[in-house]
Design a binder for this molecule. Structure first.
Ligand SMILES: Cc1ncc(COP(=O)(O)O)c(C=O)c1O
Length: 460
């Protein structure tokens, strides 16, 4: 920082408007950036006021303020000096560069963000805020806003056949926070390991591992997680995506559901049911949640991320009574609870039927998009085979045997197509495939993406 100033007028006047805040701001800035070096003795308040042409009181007030903040020290007899303790970086680290914008972003997990019901959400925000009892503006209930917990218990019972009262529902900042709370609660309760599906969501395994749990992987076949493999592991908790396995898209077979619950009872364990996109089923009504088969052994986990938008960070857990209090206490210690205002808006959207209406619209939208993608693939890349049930926001497409799916991902990325290889989701790849999210692209764009994929991969 340049230090070539000769008068205090020059140092402090460029932006100081002659008021106290101006003198104070410029003095603070000059100390921070080193133009006023540590140990510098400042003029008396009368002298500086004369030099700057401001009232003496303005300088006195600025000195007092900066002494209080620790930038200056005032000693009787030796005036006011710049403290030695101030260090200020020359510059701040740059923001990381923005992630590249893809020509066709087919990564799974995103809903159609431009279908977000902005009008209905604004109405819900406005009405819920106007109706909010004043006491509800205080610290929230760490378990979640009671009217939202009531609405969620009702909604989940109606749409997902979950068996729960409002007291078992805990509102979280997305399903991710729910999993994090569970990871720590399990660890505190003496668990050392947790099983996840293979393949599965890489973020979930990472989060559980970050709480000190060893993550064990159990393969998935056409009927879902291979439950018999669980009994060979030293483990009492498992995370499953029963209604629509992520990413393969298969549904956990009814026999396996029962076997899984039997395993949980046998080891005095827990099944975490990540119900991340179950509302989106296109060929038949969605398979109901496992939770109702044994509410004492299953934690049901859900989120608004795939229905509305991840930006809301609103999710929930439905907990067995044995876990409920420790999870709520964990949440209280973490953050004192999720903000009431978005929760109140969401409760309003649920009670007004706006959430159901939005789901009806997006179900139709995504079904059309899925059909467009699949017919474009069948026509243009017939050697690629989609697997899994007609559901969700993504589809896994098997590539011909011996294809290296990561190098396909790499080649497509050079053309601006973000299409993730199945190998990203597993430590033991069994077949090459791409995981294609279709919800965010219109049918025309999906068809164009498939054409470009075919052109890219057929060009040597
Ligand atoms: C399978 C699965 N579970 C959970 C989540 C996390 O959801 P949330 O955004 O509510 O944290 C995701 C998000 O991508 C997901 O794909």
């Amino acid at each position: 920082m340049a230090t070539n100033w000769t008068t205090y007028r020059e140092l402090l006047l460029p932006t100081a408007p002659g008021r106290r805040r101006g003198v104070e701001t410029e003095l603070r800035r000059a100390v921070r950036d080193g133009r006023l070096a540590p140990g510098t003795r400042l003029p008396s308040s009368r002298d500086l006021a004369d030099q700057l042409g401001v009232a003496r009181g303005t300088v006195t007030a600025a000195y007092e303020q900066l002494v209080g903040e620790g930038y200056l020290v005032a000693k009787r007899g030796s005036g006011t000096t710049v403290t030695a303790a101030c260090t200020w970086p020359d510059s701040f680290p740059a923001e990381p560069p923005p992630t590249p914008r893809w020509r066709y972003d087919l990564r799974p997990g995103l809903p159609a963000l431009n279908a977000f019901p902005r009008e209905e959400w604004s109405q819900a925000q406005k009405s819920s805020l106007l109706d909010l009892p004043v006491d509800d503006l205080g610290y929230p209930d760490p378990a979640g806003y009671a009217p939202l917990r009531r609405e969620l218990a009702d909604y989940l019972g109606r749409v997902r056949a979950v068996a729960a009262g409002p007291s078992q529902v805990v509102v979280t900042n997305g399903a991710a926070e729910g999993l994090s709370l569970l990871g720590r609660t399990l660890r505190d309760a003496g668990h050392r390991t947790v099983a996840v599906e293979e393949p599965s969501h890489f973020g979930a395994a990472g989060m559980l591992a970050s709480h000190g749990l060893e993550v064990l992987r159990v393969p998935v076949d056409d009927n879902g997680i291979q439950v018999d493999r669980l009994s060979t592991l030293d483990c009492r908790a498992v995370l499953v995506t029963a209604a629509h396995q992520f990413p393969l898209g298969v549904v956990l077979h009814p026999t396996r559901r029962h076997a899984l619950l039997e395993w949980a009872r046998g080891v005095d364990g827990l099944v975490i049911e990540d119900d991340y996109d179950a509302e989106h089923r296109y060929d038949r009504p969605a398979t109901g949640a496992m939770q109702a088969l044994d509410p004492t052994r299953v934690v049901h986990q859900g989120s608004t991320s795939k229905v509305l938008a991840p930006a809301l960070r609103l999710g929930w857990l439905v907990l067995p009574s044995t876990l409920r209090d420790s999870v709520v206490e964990r949440k209280r210690l973490d953050d004192l609870g999720t903000g009431t205002l978005p929760q109140a808006a969401f409760a309003h959207l649920l009670s007004s039927g706006g959430y159901d209406r939005h789901l009806r619209r997006t179900r139709h939208l995504y079904r059309t998009r899925r059909d467009a993608l699949l017919s474009a693939l069948a026509e243009t890349l017939p050697a690629w085979h989609p697997i899994g049930v007609a559901a969700g926001l993504h589809v896994v497409v098997r590539l011909p045997p011996h294809t290296d799916d990561r190098s396909v991902q790499e080649r497509l990325s050079h053309q601006g197509i973000n299409a993730l290889a199945l190998s990203n989701y597993t430590t033991a790849p069994t077949f090459p495939a791409l995981v294609l999210g279709y919800a965010a692209l219109t049918p025309d764009r999906l068809r164009a993406a498939v054409r470009l994929m075919a052109d890219t991969l057929t060009t040597p």
